[in-house]
Design a protein around this ligand. Sequence first.
Ligand code: GAP
Length: 463
Amino acid sequence: MNAMKAPVNLMEKITALCKRRGFIFQSSEIYGGLNGFWDYGPAGAQLKRNIRDQWWQRYVRNGHISPSGDHFDIVGLDASIIMHPDVWKASGHTESFSDPLVDCRKCKQRFRADQLPDTKCPSGGDHEFTEPRDFNLMFQTFIGPVKDDASIAFLRPETAQAIFVQFQNVLTVSRTKVPFGIAQIGKAFRNEINPRNYTFRSREFEQMEIEFFIKPGSDESWHEYWLKDRMDWYKSIGLSPRKLNLEKHEDSELAHYASACSDIIYRFPFGDQELEGIAARGNFDLCQHANATGKIPQYFDPDTGERFYPHVIEPSAGVDRIALALLTDAYHEETITDSKGKTEIRTVMRFHPAIAPVTVAVFPLLRNRPELVTKAYDIFETLRHRFIVQWDDRGNIGKRYRYQDELGTPWCVTIDFDTIGQGEPSLKDTVTLRDRDTMNQERVSVENLTDIIQERLLQPFTP
Ligand code: GAP
């Protein structure tokens, strides 16, 4: 038998669980992996989808009422990843989307000059670094069969620019007026010099960005609005409030066109790190694209008759970082004692039920008893129209509970002989409903099962 290396710290344990339960795999693992790229397995893909759905539902699907009581819209966009290369010239990315890079002359490794390692050089002694030089983070590719300067294009390093580039089209079709937002979820690519901290800094990742267009002069109050709203959203998906923080950028750290920027910070096991940046970016991007193309006229305000280029507030979040924060927040180990006095460590992922990759697991007590399986299928069929449901008929019930605990499934339903009227007569048409967090098991009627789960799904969640 292979001896497994004992996980030595929390991140190693979480990484091991993510692999074991299908949240995250190394990209191209069987070819040795690819640094800075990750694949999400069945549980991770659903976790990310739930994050995106929570965000889209809150911001795009539902209308909004502003603090002053007016209605405003946020509409969706799904733009291409490769855009005209001139977009990145106008936005400033071609010129300055770079990190300072240094090489070690001895071991030939490359590092970000602002994130130098505190370890010794593998070739012996201290590293010998070159002077820093700018390294552009955009991934380059070629469009069409000819690889020359005229066919160079870039994988987008952020989803935001497409929103500015399509501003006029979206405004024309949306019957909306300032203030309003355009939201987009999609992949972004950055050729990070040192990907690190698991999925935290990757070379391919997903962003959820809103450009919220406002009247110039209302920047401060709308920035405050978005800081509060976004913090509330993070709490609503179950992140521990005590691990969330806002960090304001100093004026000296702001880009020349920005009037304010704050980051939403989460306390990861590897330190306090950014989940999202919320910037008041003025009208820099819109004006850049207007100047470069001559195709974005000033906005006409139907209420005041003024013409202007709207300013923006930009809440810009990373789906992968949110997933990682949820995974680290949810991870719990606890010592439990069974009825015979035996103790064991239970690993349980305490996700918010709306975020958990599986909402309900359905277990027929025995897989080789058709009468149990048939009844369990009936229940499975009813539940799967409302919830994310998983069928599990392998191993004993205790093992199935442990498996679902590691997936973070809030409820498990067991169909046994009592359910089908072959046991205690008073328990006919009831099932065992087991709660992930309390481990309580209760008998509930099959008839009420969907409503009970639905009601619990809506109850306040304490991480
Ligand atoms: N449009 C603004 C913008 O892109 P950013 O602070 O560079 O701002 C926004 O990125 C968010 O995207 C970050 O807060 C983070 O969640 C995510 N992100 C950025 N670089 C990332 C990377 N290399 N790996 C994973 N997520 C990243």
